[in-house]
Design a protein around this ligand. Structure first.
Ligand SMILES: C[S@@+](CC[C@H](N)C(=O)[O-])C[C@H]1O[C@@H](n2cnc3c(N)ncnc32)[C@H](O)[C@@H]1O
Length: 313
């Protein structure tokens, strides 16, 4: 898979967020700042974009672009979007926003960063933390019980050879700890059939690497925590847009939207509503929107993107 420094589904994201001069947005995943810069230019000096990222490098690079382009309407926050409600609330008490956007996963800058261990190309310290300089992945791969690793690689990686891969990891770490990406690739290579190893469509280590990244960063936990906070930050008519790259993420977003679009979420056997839940969202995308063939041709990463959007009632 090749990665480019191009924001995924930018036109669609902007169309759903409906930015206008003076409007206020939260970008939960700054990354290469593609969405943030596009929104900032449209909202202008009377508007605001508050952008979050865990990665100090993303923040630093974005600050340079903002300074160069004299865009003062952007505030960058180095924090986990799992606490977006608190972070935004502290800076803008009682403020409601016109839109909140998430573009999940890894940025191309992180993948290419030679001091991090996201890529299976080369031999780098095994560090898949978005925040960087963390022992979390090394600890996980060397200390987790085989059953836990199997669950991670099967569910987050959707990797069919998860059993033999975990066996191989356990065998490898009996002799020496796995501390680099190269060692992990070697352990995976020993476990999978030759045809899989030589498959040119997808590198044989992709799925295992993805699963360990998702586990290291507790990505699904953060997303689940963030969605209700994002909803609470919206004004009536404000938009929530999520671009995801993994079926588990997309399912989480879909289920959140469906629940928040209903007036009652009592179990079906209840005749009388006891929950008092009231619909807060209108779903704008019945099915997830995917990238156009043209975009996929230019940016292969967009091929697995799914966009869902909803409007606060
Ligand atoms: C796919 S990139 C975003 C790309 C961006 N939309 C653009 O236009 O360039 C995802 C970014 O989200 C960040 N990220 C992922 N999970 C996060 C979390 N829980 N809190 C804060 N940032 C997170 C990553 O560090 C990465 O930089």
């Amino acid at each position: 898979m090749r990665y480019h420094h191009i924001p995924v589904m930018l036109d669609e994201v902007v169309a759903y967020l409906q930015p206008e001069p003076g409007k206020k947005f939260i970008d939960c995943t700054l990354g290469g700042a593609g969405y943030t810069l596009a929104l900032a230019k449209i909202v202008g000096p009377a508007g605001k974009v508050v952008a979050f990222d865990l990665d100090s490098l993303a923040i630093k690079n974005a600050q340079e672009s903002l300074d160069q382009q004299h865009l003062t309407q952007v505030e960058l926050v180095q924090a986990n979007f799992a606490v977006v409600g608190r972070e935004a609330g502290e800076r803008y008490p009682n403020e409601k926003f016109d839109g909140v956007v998430f573009d999940l996963g890894l940025s191309s800058a992180q993948l290419d960063d030679r001091t991090r261990g996201f890529s299976f190309v080369g031999d780098l310290p095994l560090d898949m933390s978005f925040a960087g300089s963390s022992q979390a992945t090394i600890k996980l791969i060397n200390k987790a019980k085989p059953a836990e690793l199997e669950k991670i690689i099967k569910e987050f990686g959707e990797e069919r050879y998860y059993r033999s891969i975990v066996k191989s990891i356990v065998e490898f770490r009996r002799h020496q700890p796995i501390t680099t990406t190269g060692q992990l690739v070697e352990a995976i290579a020993r476990a999978v059939p030759a045809a899989y190893r030589h498959d040119r469509r997808l590198n044989f280590a992709t799925r295992t690497f993805q699963s360990l990244r998702i586990a290291t960063n507790e990505e699904l936990v953060s997303l689940e925590a963030a969605l209700p906070q994002a909803l609470a930050l919206l004004k009536p008519g404000g938009r929530l847009v999520v671009v995801s790259f993994h079926s588990l993420e997309d399912r989480l977003v879909k289920q959140f939207f469906v629940r928040e679009a209903k007036d009652c979420v009592c179990p079906p056997q209840n005749f009388i509503c006891a929950c008092g839940h009231q619909a807060e969202l209108n779903i704008l995308t019945k099915k997830p929107i995917t990238a156009t063939a043209e975009e996929i041709a230019h940016n292969p990463r967009s091929s697995s993107a799914k966009l869902r959007a909803a409007e606060k009632i």
